[in-house]
Design a protein around this ligand. Structure first.
Ligand SMILES: Nc1ncnc2c1ncn2[C@@H]1O[C@H](COP(=O)(O)OP(=O)(O)OP(=O)(O)O)[C@@H](O)[C@H]1O
Length: 255
């Protein structure tokens, strides 16, 4: 069976203006490789600016790589295939409020996602919306709410509903649980783990919350200035990181 995701030597360099005529190059990601299997969680950790979000953006096609290859379920992905990959891999960010249109009711937001990526009829879409809201512990009535009518925790569930309504094989959680208070975070983590057990969805968990990584992730990758310093089973990385930087990062937290 092929890997759900295989990334080979992925690289991205940005050009940053440093004056009117000058620029400098920032290597955001340097020859990173990994695989992700169905039902697995890979955590990507590293300090600010280490390239975590760049990796996520390359995977979903928001940014284009300068080098390397991305394979989804045995097929190599090109930049023009975003609509196709949209159903395979979805991305949610830390601040759900910013990613939801404040002028649209939740039903309108979810209908739009389904209209864009599926051929479902209106009734089928309604059914899928109600099923997805229920899956995330929300009510049917919530479909008629605007984003500002939800609490922070509920809003993150709405963001998850928007990501999961297409039944993706992979979900990228980019600091998506960071802003939640610990009890809400635990509720959402349990929900995500249950979903993973039931459907085999894989998660790419981008976070600096190392306690969460230890609890949640099967594999962990440590990024530093765009380079992968350590990559392997989470228990092994936490017990015996190869690189000094990873050791410091891991030892900076009490478990
Ligand atoms: N659009 C861009 N233009 C220029 N440089 C960028 C751009 N996006 C990211 N960078 C640079 O690339 C490097 C990696 O950034 P990235 O956002 O991927 O890091 P990160 O690990 O996600 O950081 P954070 O935890 O703060 O989100 C940083 O030096 C950043 O300044």
């Amino acid at each position: 069976m092929s890997d759900l995701i295989e990334v080979r030597n992925l690289g991205k360099t940005y050009r940053k203006a440093t004056g009117l005529f000058n620029h400098k190059e920032v290597i955001a990601l340097a020859r990173v490789s990994f695989t992700l299997q169905a039902g697995e969680t890979l955590a990507v950790v590293g300090e600010t600016g280490s390239g975590k979000s760049t990796l996520a953006k390359l995977l979903v096609g928001i940014e284009q790589p300068d080098q390397g290859e991305i394979w989804y379920a045995g097929s190599q992905i090109n930049c023009s295939e975003y609509r196709k990959t949209n159903q395979f891999i979805r991305y949610i960010f830390q601040d759900p409020a910013r990613s939801l249109n404040p002028n649209q009711k939740i039903a309108e937001i979810l209908h739009a996602v389904l209209r864009y990526s599926t051929v479902l009829s209106f009734d089928q879409r309604e059914q899928k919306i109600s099923q997805t809201l229920r899956l995330l512990g929300l009510l049917n009535e919530h479909a008629n709410y605007y984003p500002h009518m939800f609490s922070g925790g509920q809003l993150q569930r709405v963001a998850l509903a928007r990501a999961l309504i297409l039944d993706p094989k992979v979900l990228i959680l980019d600091e998506a649980l960071t802003a939640l208070d610990p009890s809400l975070r635990a509720q959402i983590v349990n929900l995500l783990l249950e979903l993973q057990q039931n459907t085999g969805i894989a998660y790419l968990l981008i976070t600096n919350q190392l306690r969460l990584v230890r609890h949640f992730a099967d594999h962990t990758m440590v990024l530093h200035r765009g380079e992968c310093l350590d990559y392997g089973p989470t228990a092994k990385i936490f017990a015996n990181p190869v690189h000094e930087f990873s050791r410091k990062l891991i030892n900076s937290v009490q478990y």
